[in-house]
Design a protein around this ligand. Structure first.
Ligand SMILES: [Cu+2]
Length: 80
């Protein structure tokens, strides 16, 4: 196996576990922001909570990239 192939294989194995740790960090950031009582409209608040819940479901389903994308949208609304 070429060095390049090996690096690729290692990255493939490591990447999902890196994401797996990343999602809870993003969820915590959102929870912390929500705990501070952000200045959001009721509509935005509902959207953030929905995205936060969806992110957790995706994370548990092993869809970490989709989870991060979803959590990222919630963070954007919160201005994080
Ligand atoms: Cu995850």
């Amino acid at each position: 196996m070429s060095l390049r192939g090996m690096v690729g294989a290692v990255l493939l194995v490591l990447a999902p576990s890196v994401w797996a740790f990343h999602c809870p960090m993003e969820m915590k950031k959102i929870d912390d922001a929500l705990a501070k009582g952000p200045a959001l409209s009721a509509e935005q608040m509902a959207e953030v909570k929905k995205l936060r819940a969806e992110g957790e479901v995706l994370h548990k389903a092993g869809k970490h990239q989709e989870s991060l994308d979803t959590l990222g949208k919630a963070e954007k609304i919160l201005g994080l």
